[in-house]
Design a protein around this ligand. Structure first.
Ligand code: DLZ
Length: 198
């Protein structure tokens, strides 16, 4: 029996995208499996390794702040591969041609999408409810405020077994599905979509 929950991934080309990943370190083995799912799917969709930046934070509660900082920092760096000095040193006598080349080699380092990955497992106190709510609202706010899609890669599981199933590593193979795959597809789709809308 195949997994029926996730919509079919579109055939999309992520080869020009830059993707940020921020993950929490709580429930590390589950996080690792989810990150593997993200990584495999990003590669399948053509996203290049050098265009993926991974950062970690202690727990899920820190994800919104970290995503916000990561996006803001990436927007302020614009890497121009041909500088004015390069232009002056250029042996070509055709300045117009050189200027055209310089602008076409300018590469933005801004992220096209960020994936926030965390695993929250319900305990015996209200901690789970408060953090789940804060993180969900925080990540939504970051994407609306920044204009950069932030993918909600946070499992909010009632039991550890549920989280293992959603990371594709439980002993019940029938129930296994790695949600990291869906998060990577969503990141590429949203990144390409927002490029088309502007
Ligand atoms: C404190 C805490 C607890 C109890 N459970 C989790 C969890 O299941 N998953 C997770 O990502 N983080 C957990 N944390 C840590 C908080 O997210 C946060 O890192 C701390 O409260 C410090 O702000």
């Amino acid at each position: 029996m195949g997994f029926k929950g996730a919509p079919q991934a579109k055939q999309l080309d992520g080869s020009n995208l830059r993707i940020g990943i921020v993950h929490a370190r709580w429930n590390q083995s589950i996080i690792s499996a989810l990150l593997e799912g993200v990584d495999t799917q990003l590669a399948k969709m053509g996203v290049r390794k050098e265009n993926i930046v991974v950062q970690s934070v202690p727990g899920s509660f820190e994800l919104p702040f970290a995503c916000s900082k990561m996006i803001a920092a990436s927007k302020t760096q614009t890497n121009t591969t041909m500088t004015a000095t390069d232009l002056l040193a250029s042996s070509s006598t055709n300045l117009a041609e050189d200027l055209k080349k310089a602008s076409s080699t300018s590469l933005s380092t801004a992220f096209d999408a960020v994936i926030a990955v965390g695993v929250l497992i319900k305990g015996s106190t209200m901690h789970f409810e408060y953090i789940s709510d804060a993180v969900t609202k925080g990540l939504m706010r970051v994407q609306l405020d920044s204009g950069v899609p932030v993918i909600f890669g946070v499992l909010t599981a009632l039991t550890e077994e549920q989280a293992l199933e959603r990371a594709g590593i439980s002993s019940n193979e029938e129930k296994n599905h790695n949600h990291g795959i869906d998060w990577a597809s969503a990141a590429v789709e949203m990144a390409l979509g927002t490029q088309e809308w502007t």
